[in-house]
Design a protein around this ligand. Structure first.
Ligand code: 5GP
Length: 239
């Protein structure tokens, strides 16, 4: 599909969003090579990272669509760009976890690597100034982040469904899906769509046999070979 990028309407840590001359309900999402962690305090760039995330996210969105999840993806048009439906993003990071690590371990003292007895879903408030604080349901309602309890439950169940599809898929690729963050939005007709991306920037993947980390924790923890790990994730997805 041929679209003409008009104005850059938003630049985030991982992506630039452009309006489209031909259709006000579409946007172009451009994946950047920038790497950031700890709320933007640690910064770097890895040439080709944006293209890898674009490829990985495209594959995963297609897999999810095939399994009944509605997404904002219209078409991936080149190495670093996708045409997506315009949505109003809920100001929430929706996190699903299968194995304890990261902030869960720090917050609750659950031993790193503990397999959780059920899919844990958490909501964080998307606000860099506040450091994306974790919210309970009442907080989310109080802040008006969702319309009502039903809508919040809808987001929770969507995350659980996405987790089941992805976890089973990655198990066939010898990868453990440890946890992930997704963003959900509402289109002009009120449909809730998966938006943003699903990539090693927003998920944790551990090798099923060795538990080697194949995600952004390699950058956060200065392990190195970040791009090699992302390439390995893409190779396994395509295998
Ligand atoms: P944690 O809360 O343990 O730091 O992160 C849980 C999961 O959500 C991890 O897979 C992590 O990559 C993802 N995540 C949490 N916050 C963010 C964020 O601000 N941006 C991105 N891209 N991923 C995040």
């Amino acid at each position: 599909m041929k679209v003409t990028k008009k104005d850059m309407i938003y630049e985030g840590k991982g992506k630039k969003m452009w309006s489209v001359a031909e259709d006000e309900n579409l946007l172009v999402a451009e994946f950047k090579d920038d790497l950031t962690a700890f709320n933007g305090i640690k910064k770097s760039s890895e040439k080709g990272k944006g293209a890898l995330n674009n490829k990985i996210s495209t594959q995963l969105f297609h897999l999810l669509e095939k399994n009944g999840i509605k997404t904002d993806l219209v078409e991936t048009i080149n190495d670093t760009e996708q045409v997506v439906k315009k949505v109003k993003i809920f100001p929430l990071e929706v996190i699903a976890r299968n194995i304890a690590t990261g902030s869960l371990t720090k917050r609750l003292g659950i031993k790193d690597g503990t397999v959780l007895p059920f899919t844990l879903v958490e909501f964080c408030y998307k606000d860099d100034d506040l450091g994306d604080p974790i919210l309970n349901d009442d907080h989310a309602l109080l802040l008006g982040a969702v319309k009502d309890k039903n809508e919040l439950e809808n987001l929770r169940q969507t995350a659980i469904k996405i987790n089941k599809i992805l976890k089973e898929f990655f198990a066939t690729k010898n990868l453990k899906l440890v946890d992930f963050k997704i963003e959900l939005g509402k289109d002009k007709d009120g449909n809730i769509l998966l938006a943003d991306e699903i990539s090693p920037d927003s998920c944790r993947f551990w090798d099923a046999k060795t538990n080697e980390k194949l995600d952004k924790d390699r950058f956060r923890q200065s392990i190195g070979n970040v791009k090699v790990a992302y390439e390995e994730v893409l190779r396994r997805i395509l295998s």
